[in-house]
Write a protein that binds this ligand. Sequence first.
Ligand SMILES: Nc1ncnc2c1ncn2[C@@H]1O[C@H](COP(=O)(O)OP(=O)(O)OP(=O)(O)O)[C@@H](O)[C@H]1O
Ligand SMILES: [Mg+2]
Length: 250
Amino acid sequence: MGDPILRVENICKSFNGDPIIKGVDVSLAKGEIKILIGPSGGGKSTLLQCMNCLVTPDSGKFWLEEKVVDISNKQQLYSYRQQVGMIFQDFNLFDHLTAIDNLTIALRKVKKMGKKEATARAMTELSQVGLADKKYLYPAELSGGQKQRVAIARALAMDPKVLLLDEPTSALDPEVMGEVIDVIRNLARKGMTMIMATHQINLIRTLADEILFMDAGYVVEQGTPKALLVPGSRSQGFCDKLDLVTGENR
Ligand SMILES: Nc1ncnc2c1ncn2[C@@H]1O[C@H](COP(=O)(O)OP(=O)(O)OP(=O)(O)O)[C@@H](O)[C@H]1O
Ligand SMILES: [Mg+2]
């Protein structure tokens, strides 16, 4: 792996005096995919939110493309957040805006694009996720899988250097999970750098360059699926349980 695109070091976060993230380092090289697994409450979502500064960590150092990012500096934080896209379990779309306007609003406000350019870019991204024909529909008129694909298109429209995904398929019915998984696999093929919390056993096995197993605010195991998914490891034990729960066959 080459130089890291995104690196965070010693991320700590407490809520109400309760330490939740206890000094976590993550480094993502260009095109690398890391997958976060571990028991509920272990801190996966909080870590991802800290990495995107949606939640401000109590401490931690940030680098984007080897440059230090001072997250206490508003301008640097703003620029950093533009380059680090985030996908949530529950989509976080603007319910009062159509699919296409969910994309164009950020392009116009953040990227300062004109209407024509923003619309063209939004259409390109919606087409990439197979939703060109749904552009005028509101989130309430879309299936869960379609909503998540709009959310991914919206993130991609901002040209992020890295995507953080927090259980992007967990809120979906099994029959539409596949369409979102296909989009994520496509992104991986195109070389998108990603860190994703997921319980999708096949994504864990087939997409991860590295697995990070988090428990109680620490990364307690880290390595390739080949190295970690071996009898006796906590990661393997966790995946065995997922297999039983999901009976997944993709
Ligand atoms: N805003 C908050 N205020 C207080 N406590 C919080 C907050 N956000 C998260 N926590 C706590 O932090 C701990 C870690 O939560 P987090 O959501 O990061 O875990 P997780 O690994 O993503 O779990 P899951 O697999 O269920 O999604 C939990 O105990 C949770 O209650
Ligand atoms: Mg979570």
